[in-house]
Ligand binder design. Structure first.
Ligand code: GLA
Length: 386
């Protein structure tokens, strides 16, 4: 083929992509080129969320180092909804007297505001959902200045068949897009219908892959370690979401929270803190903001890590990074401390490599063939190997 015709072909392809589905979610995809980071009200506050709670979270993020670490979204989960007015426009309830003013406040701190609804008539906490009001709700969110929508299946199972799920999610995606405002679109339907296979094609920037997390090691670890195999569906603009963080909510040990954060970063998971940011210990803040650990999650290549080795409760996970190095987690799911080894051959490295501990921020030197460390019960050693 002559050069000229190749050029025409290439241009044609670009034009085709531009009018076709691939470019439709582009503005929001641009906003989610790395896994979204921020805070969500649900894990700590559930339905006790209010304007004051959200402002306090924004104040904390803007002043405690979280914003500098990359946390941007301040997300209201369920329980903000009031009634629809006579024109069908959704209103917030008495705990949110002025949603536009709240959005302006959050934006004034250089942060973004997220909100929550359901494709069904009611949300999971039985507040008003968006069923048959998708366009009006999207317009209302845009007029308030909302930047992120979590769209939670809940009662939609009463009005849609499973085969209609993709269409229900597409409907809100298209409504959001018609507003002209880039709004990150977070699908929440607990991994039903193998959502990872189609979440991106309905415009999702992230999709929950599991049921709800709780602040317990057993639940967190089952969810996190079960993500293996889903890595091929995740990448810039469209992420697997193993649910929000429980770090700092108090029911796991320090080592268990280190495991939670390390695993979520290796998984390139969205990092939505779920604790009370206005009352946080220095240890919790350090876990959430350790720059070298967050950098693993936010790596520009956006590759979700996977398990390369397992022996009973001991697991080694690897995430390739854009600088050619690899983040490696040595995880101990057992009930006492144990030495765990990563063989460099499992990383595609022949010979020796340098190792840095990411939690302690210390170079450990060069190792030949493998690296071993004592890992505490339910704990992790997170290293970078190059
Ligand atoms: C579902 C979701 C949770 C939360 C609640 C709110 O359980 O999975 O993350 O949004 O609904 O009611």
């Amino acid at each position: 083929m002559r050069n000229g015709s190749m050029c025409l072909l290439a241009r044609g392809l670009v034009a085709l992509l531009a009018v076709g589905g691939l470019s439709r979610a582009l503005p929001a995809q641009q906003a989610a080129l790395t896994p979204p980071m921020g805070w969500n009200s649900w894990n700590h506050f559930a339905c006790k969320v209010s304007d004051a709670v959200v402002r306090a979270a924004a104040d904390a993020i803007a002043s405690n180092g979280m914003k500098d670490a990359g946390y941007v979204y301040v997300n209201i989960d369920d329980c903000w909804q009031g009634k629809r007015d006579s024109g069908g426009t959704i209103q917030a309830n008495e705990r949110f007297p002025d949603m536009k003013a709240l959005a302006d406040y959050v934006h004034s701190k250089g942060l973004k505001l997220g909100i929550y609804s359901s494709p069904g008539p009611k949300t999971c906490a039985r507040y008003e959902g968006s069923y048959r009001h998708e366009d009006a709700d999207a317009r209302q969110y845009a007029s308030w200045g909302i930047d992120y929508l979590k769209y939670d299946w809940c009662s939609a199972s009463q009005v849609y068949k499973p085969a209609e799920m993709q269409a229900a999610y597409t409907k809100m995606h298209d409504a959001l897009e018609r507003t002209g405002r880039p709004i990150v679109y977070s699908l929440c339907q607990y991994g039903l219908e193998a959502v990872w296979r189609w979440g991106a094609s309905v415009g999702g920037n992230l999709w929950r892959t599991t049921g709800d997390i709780s602040d317990r090691y057993d639940r967190m670890s089952v969810i996190g370690f079960d993500q293996n195999g889903l890595e091929k569906y995740s990448g810039p603009g469209h992420w697997n979401d193993p649910d929000m963080l429980e770090v700092g909510n108090g029911k796991m040990s320090h080592d268990e929270y280190l495991t939670h954060m390390s695993l979520w970063c290796i998984l390139a998971a969205p990092l939505l803190a779920g604790n009370d940011l206005s009352k946080m210990s220095p240890e919790t803040l350090e876990i959430l903001t350790n720059p070298e650990v967050v950098a693993v999650d936010q790596d520009s290549k956006g590759i979700q890590g996977h398990r390369v080795w397992q022996e009973g409760p001991y697991e080694v996970w690897v995430k390739p990074l854009s600088d050619g190095s690899q983040a490696v987690g040595l995880f101990n799911r057992g009930e006492d401390a144990e030495k765990i080894t990563v063989n460099f051959s499992d990383l595609g490295i022949a010979g020796s490599a340098s190792v840095r501990n990411l939690w302690t921020k210390k170079d450990l030197g060069s190792f030949s063939g493998s690296y071993s460390a004592e890992v505490p019960k339910h704990g992790v050693v997170l290293i970078k190997v190059k």
